[in-house]
Design a protein around this ligand. Sequence first.
Ligand SMILES: Nc1ncnc2c1ncn2[C@@H]1O[C@H](COP(=O)(O)OP(=O)(O)OP(=O)(O)O)[C@@H](O)[C@H]1O
Ligand SMILES: [Mg+2]
Length: 256
Amino acid sequence: MKSFTFHSYKGGTGKTFMSMNLAVLYAKKGKKVCLFDFDFRAPSIHAFFDTPRPKFTLNELVDGQCEVDVAISDATKELDLPEQLYVGFADSSTEGISGMAAKDRKWQMRSLRLINKSMQTLSENFEVDYVIFDTSPGFQYSSINAVLSSDVAVLVTTPDRADVEGTLQLIEGVYEALERKTGIILNKMPAGIPSTGVPPQTIEKFSSIFSLPIIEAVPCSCDVMSLFGESIFMKEQKAHPVLKTLVSASEKLEKF
Ligand SMILES: Nc1ncnc2c1ncn2[C@@H]1O[C@H](COP(=O)(O)OP(=O)(O)OP(=O)(O)O)[C@@H](O)[C@H]1O
Ligand SMILES: [Mg+2]
């Protein structure tokens, strides 16, 4: 089993978009996938799935109130996938969100042990190939716990100056101490005209800023916004530059 965490300094960089689409891409390839909404501050993934809700949320899982098998739902049929896609949802109620915000360091350390135990169950009992964590932006404990439970951390940044500076700060202040394999995905990048993808010289410019490998550069496209979550994936648009870069990112991450 291999696990990935999508994290960022700023909000809105595309973590949820990428987590969901990569999860679906892997499942389409015949991999067993588990997607976790670890954005306890602003849960999102529940909004994109109509699957029956599991008995428990991930909030209860990381609090030791349940095991992982009752905190995930099977979205395989809903998305007509050849292999299992399990999804764990965060509690999106006001009480759920504020409850998580109040947790202290000791609680978070205990929760890290519970996440690791769940990862073991997913590997041994569910034979999951890939676990994907979508997280809250910034220096959130739950996001760091996800990184610590994963093999690979993916920092998603946009070309926004504050975002780039914050990402550098996050790398220096947190990631260097975590000692996890880490790569960067540049998202919402200016594309060439006509939209053929992100020009190589633009990618090179960012490669020189970051000391970490750039896994992929995903172009900014209004087509993504126009989906409005109707379809998790741009199924009908195989040649779309965003889809092409997501496929490429998924392949590179498998070998990362
Ligand atoms: N390459 C792209 N081009 C245009 N829009 C994009 C692109 N990637 C993501 N988006 C859009 O940007 C918005 C923010 O994306 P998303 O919710 O995935 O970000 P996030 O990092 O998860 O945000 P948050 O930190 O708030 O959880 C969404 O509406 C999404 O559809
Ligand atoms: Mg998100």
